[in-house]
Structures are given as C-alpha cells and as structure tokens.
Design a protein around this ligand. Structure first.
Ligand code: ATP
Ligand code: MG
Ligand code: ZN
Ligand code: MG
Length: 474
C-alpha cells in the first residue's frame, strides 16, 4: 500500500462500530479503521490533527503493550498508524456514505485528520487455503462473562443475573432493540459444549451487535446493517451449505437445516475452545466456579449443573474472561477510588501525566496496573492501579472475537503459512469436515478515565430497570 497513491476505488465499506468506521482493500487483506465524530461536530472537528494522531497511536500502544500481554500475543493484531492524503479520505467518505446503516449515521467519519489505523483484515486472513474456498468468519462480541463477586455490590440481583441479561431489559425499554436477545455470556464462557452451542444458537436468532458472519471478507449475516440479505436465516444456511456437504451428506446431497446449523456451531465451539495453535497447559478456568450460571439464562438449568468447569486455560475465551475479571471491585467499589484519583487531579492537574491517566500506554503503565497493593491502604497508588485495572477490564468486556475458518485439505498439511503472520492454524477433527482456522481478538481501544461516572449511572439504571421489569413479569 503506497500512501501517496491512495485510490478510493480500491477500498470498500466493510463495517463500523460506535467509535470507528472500517474499509477493506479489494485485493490486499488489509483494512483501514477511521475515527468517527458526532454528526453535530462535522463542520469543525472536536480535536486537532495532533490529538487525533495521539488518539490513534494510543490505541495501537494500548493494544500492543497492554492488552496483548494480558490476552496473549497470538490473538492480538495491533496494526499501525497511517497518515492518509486528505483528498483520499474525503472521496472515501462520500463513497461509503450510502452503504452505512442509517442507525449509525448520528456519527460521521473523520475527514480532517487523515489519521487511520491499518490492520490485517481478520475476516479474510491468508489461511491454509488449498481449495480457494472463501473464508468463513464469525465475529462475536461476547460481553462480560462472569458475575461480580465483589463485597461492594449493593444489589443481590447482580450476583445472580448477569449484566448482559439485565441490560437486555434496559435496551428494550429504551428502544435500542425491539426484542430481547436470549444469548447469555455465561453460557458462552462456560466451557460446556452444550451451553456454548445454546449461546451461539441464540446469537444467530437475535444477533443485535453481538454477532456478524462474513464470507470471503464480506458480511453475510448481521443485525440491522442495511445489508439486503442479512438477518435471514435461510440465506445464511444457503451460504453455509457448501462448506458442510461432506461424507454421506455429499452423496445423499441433502442435509437438513438443523444438522447444518449444528455442524457449523460445533466448528465454532471447537475453535473457541482450542489452544489456537500455541502451547500452554490444559488447565481449566476454576475461578468463579459455583457462580458460573446466570439465573436469567434459558439454558436448561438441570443440565448445566454438571460439567461447566470453565474453558481451557489456553483458549481465547479463558484469556478474555480472565482479563475482564480485573474488574475485581465492581463499579460500585471502584467509584470511590475514581473519586480519590479525580480529587487528587483537581488539586494537582499536572499529575494526570505522571499517573498516565490518558496514556502513554507503555511498560510503565503495565507496571502500574500490576503493582497494586492487595488491600486498600488509602493511598493514591492503590486507587490509580485499580482504576487502570478497571479500564483494561472494560476494554476486554467490549472487545470482539473473530474466528476465521476455511475447510482444510487433509492431504496437504505441511504448509506453514506466511512468515510474520501471527496467526495460528490447527486442524479441527471432529465429525464435521476439518477446518483450518485462526482466532483473534479485536477492538481493544482504551476506555477513557472520565467515562467512569457514566458507568456507575448506567449500572444503577440497568439494575433498577431490571428489578422493575422482572417484578412486573407474571
Ligand atoms: P464498538 O462499537 O464495538 O466499540 P468500534 O467502533 O470500536 O466498535 P470496531 O469494532 O473495531 O469498531 O470495528 C467495527 C467493525 O469493523 C467490527 O465489528 C468488524 O466487523 C470490523 N473490523 C474491525 N477491525 C477489523 C479487522 N482488523 N479485520 C476485519 N474486520 C474488522
Ligand atoms: Mg466493536
Ligand atoms: Zn445472563
Ligand atoms: Mg470499540
């Protein structure tokens, strides 16, 4: 990619979240991730070019120096900051505008700074691809996978019903979504294949912003994305069918939709439980055992009593959950520590830099995060350390897991893939055909310090809404 010869015709709209818009290259397996601003700021950007550059650099540093250490290098691709010609960015923004879903258009793409993040395209990585079959990719935003166990939790319901399930009631009440999702993160993180299967099945039923499926790098299934054939289970099955016609099925030609979906989900479950190609132990995640079931989950409770011993400690799910669990105090226990830091910063504004409240996210930051007194000794250091840990946990709760799959060809297992590409491959050898896969974690942006009070209010709103609506239930 030559930065001085950028041509908008070589890029297409790929997707977006709340903070950024992503375009993918039509030939190379790379994407550009651009910042977004609230539409009302579109005339004058809310930050200078230098600030935008700093923001994107912070994202790279946070991902590569902090999140990557906690989640495992093999899962994290941090990318690099690029400075794009402004004319290219302007043309690109015009080109993609009509493909953007209407509900995302309260924000506009940043066309002023020219700063962007260049990342490998994780929906179409260069996997071992003997057959040239397009890559299938499943993107899951799993959200928080554990119940808070902090003594600071004031409402008992928070220790019984998980945050995601409670939040669903609030989102429907606020009109964010029309229907509640029956997905429960605790099922996905359980390590129990049946519960995981159930969780993914619920995601397919009601994807909201927790599930997207790509084929050959293009989104074929998502929610409200304005893509014509999205959200349609039949069209998804149609896309999946060629990947799962095998053995007897291939000869007998027709496989039931249920069997197809079951096989597909099983492949995803296998990839999520796998070591992702790295070494490491076979231990399981036993922390938080005994409270690993959410009372709002519809998974058959009797069945789940048995065998939910957590995911293998070398799996992506284990790493994500472990990082989420750096939120040890819950927002209720964290908030007073936030106030302690904030008070100090009001008295000594210059301390903001020394304490690295807005970065830089380097080794010193990671050290502050790790060097935390075990008890609250009333010190500023304790409070800062806990605030940093909480922010890291927030990032892990908001990230997405990408599982890219291609059918593997058993005859050719010797190819090692491209050097320098930190992907891992493995061959899943269960009943469905073997798939070569790569698992990654994305969207690892730092969450601002100043957002913490908003988190407390949101938590209170969600809990009171849940208590009201669950009381109203028959
Ligand atoms: P959120 O609202 O979840 O915070 P965000 O604004 O931070 O989202 P991302 O989640 O990073 O943005 O990116 C938006 C979408 O773009 C993702 O859901 C994913 O589908 C796609 N995407 C992002 N990075 C990549 C990548 N490296 N390869 C392929 N697709 C990507
Ligand atoms: Mg995202
Ligand atoms: Zn739940
Ligand atoms: Mg994000």
């Amino acid at each position: 990619m030559e930065l001085d010869k950028m041509d908008e015709n070589e890029w297409r709209y790929h997707g977006e979240g709340n903070k950024s818009l992503v375009v993918s290259h039509v030939q190379l397996s790379i994407v550009l991730r651009l910042l977004k601003y609230p539409a009302e700021d579109s005339e004058n950007p809310p930050q200078t070019v230098e600030q935008a550059f700093r923001q994107v650099q912070n994202i790279v540093d946070f991902s590569s120096n902090v999140m990557s250490c906690l989640l495992g290098e093999k899962f994290v691709h941090s990318g690099e900051v690029v400075k794009l010609p402004l004319e290219f960015v302007r043309q690109l923004s015009i080109k993609v505008q009509h493909q953007r879903p209407a509900w995302r258009c309260d924000k506009v793409m940043d066309i002023y700074s020219g700063c962007a993040l260049c990342l490998p395209n994780l929906t179409s990585p260069t996997l071992h691809q003997p057959t040239h079959t397009p890559t299938l990719c499943i993107e899951i935003k799993p959200k928080c996978g554990f119940l808070p166990y902090s003594k600071h939790v004031s409402q008992d319901i928070k220790t019984k019903v998980c945050r995601f399930c409670m939040h669903q009631h609030y989102k429907v009440a606020m009109g964010t979504w029309k229907r509640r999702s029956r997905y429960c993160p605790l099922d996905l993180f359980s390590g129990n294949r049946q519960r995981m299967h159930f969780a993914i099945r619920q995601l397919i039923d009601e994807p909201q912003n927790n599930l997207k499926i790509f084929k050959g790098g293009r989104c074929i299934f998502s929610s409200m994305d304005g893509i014509e054939d999205s959200m349609d289970l039949n069209s998804l099955l149609h896309h999946l069918r060629p990947y799962f016609q095998y053995g007897n099925n291939r000869i007998n030609s027709h496989m039931t939709s249920k069997a197809l979906l079951t096989d597909f989900i099983q492949v995803v479950v296998n990839a999520l439980l796998s070591a992702g190609g790295g070494d490491g132990g076979v231990g399981t995640d036993r922390r938080g055992e005994g409270r690993s079931f959410c009372e709002a989950s519809l998974f058959n409770k009797e069945r789940s009593r048995h065998g939910s011993q957590g995911s293998p400690s070398d799996s992506v799910l284990y790493r994500v959950r472990q990082t989420q669990m750096l939120d040890t105090l819950d927002i209720e226990g964290l908030y007073p520590l936030y106030r302690r830091v904030e008070q100090h910063l009001q008295d000594f504004p210059k301390e903001r830099t020394r304490l690295q409240m807005d970065g830089p996210y380097n080794e010193a930051f990671l050290e502050k995060l790790h060097k935390c007194p075990s008890e609250d000794d009333g010190s500023l250091e304790y409070a800062v350390s806990k605030v940093h840990q909480y922010r890291v946990a927030m990032t892990a709760k908001d990230s997405q897991i990408m599982v890219a799959l291609v059918p593997s060809c058993e005859e050719e297992e010797d190819d090692e893939g491209l050097p320098g590409q930190r992907q891992h491959r493995d061959f899943l050898s269960s009943r469905p055909p073997a798939f070569s896969y790569s698992v990654s974690i994305l969207d690892l942006d730092p969450k601002p310090f100043d957002n913490i009070p908003r988190q407390l209010r949101l938590d209170q709103n969600i809990v009171s809404c849940y208590l009201r609506s669950s009381c109203a239930l028959p």
